[in-house]
Design a protein around this ligand. Structure first.
Ligand code: NAD
Length: 326
């Protein structure tokens, strides 16, 4: 398979290395509008300034889109116009109408469109999901999530987002809520803020959110990108409370608890070390929908949108109500 990687910035360089060493990818060419970044890769790698040129010259089999979020749709549309499957970095787009449009285009043209949600593939996440699905803690009553990092983001697009933490990082966690529970939110309440001590004055990096899911489970979420206290992994600390026990996911540790005591600590043997590119290539080969597909991820994106609208209006609302306020 021949890949074209679009965007060689902060995250794109890692993608370049990953694609070059992947057994399922025979050749990689790169599209990057900043010509200076050509120096960061092997000079033998074909390099283009536009995706159109690369497609015409290299005839790739698929596109990996690692451009800034506001550029995603332009790149995805070019790929779709050539019938090429796309693995696109999150979010689909920061604009929910735009995200709905491009997912619709992929479906209309019957083109595989996957969002690279790498947090779904972390070993502790896969292990916790396996335990939840086994039913070992019974009916899920509540989910508590804490995300704490001190992380100054220097990529230019971040500071231009209305709610940096929510749109750029919490989107992973909101997707994980849906992935872990298999439920969708019916009510969302959220408050984005930028408290004293923040390292930015252009976007928000603190978030408190609450939601009720369609199976009755309630979720509370705390996110902070200016934390000086206890820090979490990027996927955060999770506690799932069920009728018959609890599961705690903390820094690379998954623990089952019964009656308030730690019952068992799990290793990650057998959960595999999967990358989103593995899932994408497998889905292409098996001619099935990739996980998460654009259509699936649109629901995570809608949850982010609902949290933004709730915060702006000060109201608790359903995702449907929020989608009417674009
Ligand atoms: N999954 C994760 O954990 C994770 C982590 C970081 C970033 N990301 C995602 O990766 C994407 C890129 O983020 P980043 O931090 O690398 O941003 P970045 O700004 O550092 O890099 C983006 C690159 O795209 C290039 N570009 C812009 N428009 C282009 C165009 N039309 N054609 C070709 N190149 C173009 C820019 O010149 C830049 O080099 C974003 O969607 C971001 O959300 C995901």
């Amino acid at each position: 398979m021949q890949a074209v990687l679009v965007g060689l910035g902060n995250f794109g360089l890692g993608w370049y290395k990953r694609l070059r060493s992947h057994p399922g990818v025979q050749t990689v060419c790169v599209v990057e509008s900043n010509v200076q970044l050509r120096e960061t890769i092997d000079p033998e790698t074909p390099f283009y300034l536009t995706l159109e040129e690369a497609i015409i010259s290299e005839r790739p089999d698929f596109v990996i889109n690692v451009t800034p979020p506001h550029v995603h749709t332009t790149i995805n549309e070019i790929a779709f116009s050539h019938g090429l499957p796309v693995l696109c970095e999150k979010p689909i787009s920061n604009d929910i109408t735009d995200a709905q449009y491009i997912v619709g285009q992929a479906e209309l043209k019957n083109i595989p469109f996957m969002i690279s949600e790498n947090y779904r593939f972390f070993a502790p996440v896969l292990k916790a999901k396996e335990l939840l699905d086994s039913g070992v803690i019974g009916h899920l009553s509540s989910v508590h999530i804490e995300f704490d990092r001190y992380h100054v983001v220097t990529v230019p697009y971040f500071g231009r987002l209305a709610n940096g933490l929510l749109e750029d990082v919490t989107i992973h966690h909101f997707d994980m809520i849906r992935y872990f529970t298999g439920q969708e939110a019916v009510k969302v309440f959220a408050m984005n803020s930028n408290p004293p001590g923040s390292w930015t004055d252009t976007t928000t990096i603190h978030l408190s959110a609450w939601m009720e899911l369609d199976g009755g489970t309630v979720v509370d979420y705390h996110g902070n990108m200016m934390a000086k206290g206890k820090l979490t992994e990027w996927y955060g600390d999770w506690r799932f409370e069920g009728a018959e026990g609890a599961i705690a996911v903390t820094s690379n540790r998954v623990q089952l608890m019964k009656e308030g005591k730690a019952d068992e600590v799990y290793t990650f043997d057998g959960v595999g070390n999967v990358l989103s590119i593995d899932e994408f290539l497998a889905a292409l080969k098996e001619k099935r929908e990739p996980r998460p597909s654009g259509r699936d991820y649109l629901k995570s994106q809608s949850l982010v949108h609902a949290a933004a609208v709730s915060s702006r209006t000060g109201k608790m609302l359903s995702v449907e109500e929020a989608l009417r306020e674009v």
